[in-house]
Write a protein that binds this ligand. Structure first.
Ligand SMILES: [Zn+2]
Length: 643
């Protein structure tokens, strides 16, 4: 991942906007943050960008290069940040970090800020006593992606009111960090880095920023913002203070009720409601309402319904270790009044049902597992998009229910490449080329394991959920010319040319039969349950293929027109690479390869030569493809056994 083209300019209302280009293999995004003039750090300080880009690079499996200057202390701390993130989610790949310069030591600014949203944790931290005392409240008005402009303006007005009740001025920061184009990983796993990005964007006026914690000392498992992690996001001139672990939700609400009960009328925790209020029926609303009732504060929180909806509560399911513990904490803090006892019993029943799925839930889970949309057959396993939450929960389940490590020894974080960090000019051989060619368009091969097919893309692509990038085959020419073959890519990610159409070949009953049963003979390649699942999925695929073959008519044509993406050379040339296409005999997947033997190796039909690619990788910097597991291929993609 390359972070470069840092810019700074004046924005409306006496504010300053800083931005930089983030570029990763296959995509890019211009990230910006806007703060009141006077609070921005010196123009050369790019420490904010270092911290926000680090988790993205780790999850993208790329090294990080930053064309700017950062705090020497923070740069050294990135190694420990990497160690912690890798321990919490072994799916990450630790990376090398290179920055152009280190900043000279400077004096910390006098301001002491505390992040303020309208949630419980930040209200509690904002009214708690701090040494040195707080001078500002920091509000980010763009962190909730659902909001319309109207709600956002109303939201700002309410926060101003909250701040005047607390008696401190508000610093408003805006950023496009939550825009869809920037969501490379689950925000849960990087929200501490996101907060650090905001705090460093204000380090010209703040020397200390209080980060309100959502955890407690009792429940402090892996999380994007964490007492181990947040201090490491600081620098010589900025302290990040992860605050408020001493109390759970009920305790914090009791403290707010005691010291500043007027704040409770503005409490908002709901993500599902695109308004300034709370829906009162989602998981977060109900959990907060239970804590409000336990604290005797429900009647003060006028943006919530007056009573907890016990019927709605009965329908909820809570999955994952931290969430279950948070619900238990809230329910067990309820008192002994009859209405408290009713709510506590309802929560206990709901939690009990959550860990003991009903028979229909189990059947649904097993079917999703067979269909490949879920990684686990039993519904109590976590499928959270957050690697932190998923790993924590499933490691506990695997250890205590199955007596096995999770995920059964397949995944483990890579060792730290050395040196972990360095300072100097950016090196062109790291990651994507520093300035990609304008005449060439990279042709990328990706695997959609759930959709059971390959997909292809040209040039820069936004991250697509669930797709694994296999690699860059080479480059298409951007412009037409003599002896060039136009190339189209369909909405389904299939590639065609003026003389080649990737439609499925006629089915042969014998091939279908052999392909479906083939997993039975691969006992050494995978566990028995994986092979059984692949057998079932092949049976489903084969049934679909037979149905499709019977109905092959004009209505089967793809809906959206394919897009012209570039040109191949028609005849070989010095430095050009042959591109072959092959179709799978049963599921009709298209395999593009620069290796003529790959198709037969993976059990596809005979390859067809489409033309010649340029030997260049403008999108990723690295030509070539990895060999991932392709479940529908011969020997699951391990290739044919060689003699
Ligand atoms: Zn809600």
């Amino acid at each position: 991942m390359i972070v470069d083209q840092l810019e700074s300019h004046a924005a409306e209302d006496g504010r300053v906007r800083r931005s930089a280009r983030l570029r990763w293999i296959g995509g890019e995004f211009r990230l910006w943050a806007e703060v009141p003039d006077g609070f921005q750090p010196p123009e050369e300080d790019a420490t904010a960008l270092l911290l926000v880009a680090l988790p993205l690079a780790l999850y993208r499996g790329e090294d990080l290069q930053l064309d700017g200057a950062v705090s020497a202390q923070t740069l050294r701390q990135t190694e420990r940040i990497q160690t912690i993130l890798a321990a919490w989610d072994p799916a990450v790949r630790r990376c090398r970090v290179r920055v152009a310069h280190e900043l000279a030591l400077r004096q910390a600014a006098d301001g002491n800020g505390c992040l303020l949203s309208r949630g419980v944790d930040s209200m509690y931290s904002a009214i708690a006593s701090h040494t040195p005392p707080l001078t500002h409240l920091v509000f980010c008005d763009t962190l909730t992606p659902l909001q319309s402009q109207r709600v956002r303006i109303e939201e700002r007005r309410i926060v101003e009111k909250l701040a005047s009740l607390i008696g401190l001025p508000v610093l408003r920061i805006s950023t496009n960090l939550r825009d869809p184009g920037a969501q490379l990983i689950d925000y849960q796993d990087m929200h501490g880095a996101g907060i650090a990005f905001m705090a460093h964007s204000l380090s010209g006026g703040l020397g200390r920023v209080v980060v309100p914690s959502g955890l407690t000392y009792a429940v402090a498992g892996p999380a994007g913002s964490h007492p181990l992690l947040d201090p490491l996001f600081g620098s010589e001139w900025l302290v990040l203070d992860h605050h408020g672990l001493e109390l759970g939700r009920t305790g914090k609400l009791e403290a707010i009720l005691e010291h500043c009960p007027e704040l409770l009328a503005h409490l908002k925790v709901c993500y599902t409601e695109a308004s300034v209020g709370n829906c009162g029926s989602c998981r977060k609303c109900l959990w907060t309402m239970i804590a409000l009732q336990a604290a005797g504060a429900l009647e003060h929180a006028s943006l919530f319904p007056a009573e907890i909806d016990l019927d709605g509560l009965a329908l909820l399911r809570v999955a994952g270790l931290p969430l279950t513990e948070f619900w238990m904490q809230a329910a067990e803090s309820l008192g002994d009044a009859p209405e408290d006892r009713r709510v506590r019993e309802a929560v206990r029943r709901m939690l009990h049902r959550s860990v003991r799925p009903s028979l229909p839930d189990r059947v649904r889970g097993a079917l999703a597992w067979i269909a490949g949309t879920s990684e686990h057959a039993a519904p109590y396993w976590s499928t959270s998009p957050s690697g932190h939450f998923r790993h924590q929960t499933n490691a506990a389940i695997a250890a205590l229910r199955a007596g096995k490590p999770y995920p059964y020894g397949v995944e483990s974080a890579t060792p730290q490449p050395s040196p972990a960090w360095s300072v100097g000019p950016l090196e062109p051989d790291w990651g994507p080329p520093l300035s990609p060619s304008s005449a060439h368009v990279g042709l990328l091969r990706m695997l959609d394991a759930r959709g059971r097919r390959h997909r292809y893309a040209a040039g820069v692509i936004a991250p697509i959920d669930g797709l694994v990038r296999i690699g860059e085959l080479g480059a298409l020419l951007r412009d037409p010319g003599d002896g060039r073959v136009p190339v189209w890519i369909s909405a389904e990610g299939r590639v065609s040319t003026d003389s080649y159409d990737p439609s499925p070949a006629p089915l042969a009953a014998r091939t279908v039969f052999r392909w479906t049963l083939a997993p039975l003979s691969w006992r050494r390649l995978a566990s028995r349950t994986s092979l059984l699942r692949e057998l079932l999925r092949r049976a489903t695929d084969a049934r679909d293929a037979v149905c499709r073959a019977g109905l092959l008519t004009a209505s089967d044509a793809p809906s959206a027109a394919p897009v012209l993406v570039g040109y191949l050379r028609r005849s070989p040339q010095e430095g050009a690479v042959a591109l072959y296409s092959a179709i799978h005999p049963v599921n009709a997947d298209q395999l593009l390869s620069t290796d003529a033997s790959e198709s037969s190796d993976l059990g596809y039909n005979a390859p067809v030569l489409l033309g010649f690619l340029e030997a260049d990788a403008p999108a990723s910097g690295t030509m070539g493809v990895s060999r991932p597991r392709v479940p529908w291929a011969s020997r699951l993609g391990a290739g044919r056994a060689r003699a």
